[in-house]
Write a new protein. Structure first.
Length: 330
């Protein structure tokens, strides 16, 4: 009787979820370190096949707030516009991991983009449009300019915010033409860099960031709290300081969303609160992101940092930078 061939768990992971890493990120991986934080983010792991009971294919409820394809309208004054569903790298913890990739939801067709823009135009409460996906910086400079100009032509759209990993993971893609395309008359442009470890801020990445900021486009950052990647105050402090030095303002530190096969990256909220407090004690206010959770089911973001004020015996107590509660009359 012939032996059954052994299954390859990494092949199973790649069959279920998209896998890609750029040469820039591959070059950062230390092959002698089995716990390398860059490898952990981008290389497939057999643990991704372990689906916890509380994990969801749409953990933050995008689908429930999608009035037309490509648009997620969860908050009155802003919406997401998901132009593409491919990325230069596929993060192993991505909350949209079942929607992105070559076999994902696909790039919006011309008709679908027209319908998405018509919806945004029909909603005068929308002040800000957040371009995401997938990674919208995979679009050509021509397409970036076209879409930015069409959004800026909508009278009530005043802020255009591009979310991307490209300046860190594929910095040479941030060309002068792309940077020039970001700025349009009629709306203010922001770029939000997604980055999780200070080693991603290479010399080329800092140069790409500088091209954007020097053009007059301000940059913010988003980071996901990840066990084994950045779940120490030293790692978070180094990243946040590196971002500020590169002229990127830390914006959000996200508690990990409950996407399928990601539980090995998960920290507890208590640990996240502890790290946020330690970071507050050690680093400048410029280096402080807001620690948040996207509530499952599409209920929006909730701040998670431990409270700094409490009421006791008819007065207030406020917590100082050492964690000591001080009485405050007022």
């Amino acid at each position: 009787m012939s032996a059954q061939p052994k299954s390859d768990p990494l092949a199973e992971v790649a069959q279920r979820y998209s896998v890609a890493i750029t040469p820039a990120m591959e070059a950062l991986i230390d092959p002698t370190n089995p716990d390398d934080p860059i490898a952990a983010q981008f290389r497939p792991d057999a643990r991704e096949l372990e689906i916890a009971p509380d994990e969801l294919s749409d953990p933050i409820g995008d689908e429930a707030h999608t009035p037309v394809k490509g648009v997620v309208h969860r908050y009155a004054d802003r919406c997401l516009l998901k132009l593409v569903h491919v990325c230069p790298v596929y993060c192993r913890f991505c909350f949209r991991r079942e929607m992105v990739g070559p076999d994902g939801d696909g790039t919006l067709t011309g008709a679908e983009l027209d319908a998405a823009l018509a919806y945004i135009e029909s909603q005068p409460s929308i002040w800000e449009v957040i371009l995401t996906g997938g990674d919208p910086f995979l679009l050509s400079a021509r397409r970036v300019r076209e879409i930015a100009e069409r959004l800026a032509a909508i009278p009530h759209v005043k802020i255009i915010r591009w979310h991307t990993r490209v300046p860190a993971v594929d910095p040479l893609r941030v060309t002068p033409d792309l940077v020039e395309a970001l700025r349009v008359d009629g709306a203010t442009t922001y770029v939000v860099l997604h980055t999780n470890h200070v080693r991603e801020l290479t010399e080329q990445a800092r140069a790409a960031i500088a091209r954007i900021v020097d053009s007059g486009v301000p940059m913010l950052s988003q980071t996901v709290l990840l066990k084994g990647v950045n779940d120490s105050v030293e790692a978070l402090e180094a990243l946040m300081r590196g971002l500020v030095e590169a002229r990127v303002k830390p914006y959000y530190l996200h508690h990990l969303d409950k996407a399928p096969g990601t539980s090995h990256f998960r920290c507890s909220i208590a640990r996240g609160q502890e790290l946020a407090q330690e970071l507050h004690q050690r680093a400048s206010g410029l280096a402080q992101p807001t620690y948040v959770l996207d509530i499952p089911g599409g209920h929006g973001k909730a701040p998670l940092a431990s409270p700094g004020v409490r009421e006791r015996d008819g007065a207030y107590e406020v917590r100082d930078r050492e964690g000591v509660w001080r009485r405050y009359e007022g």
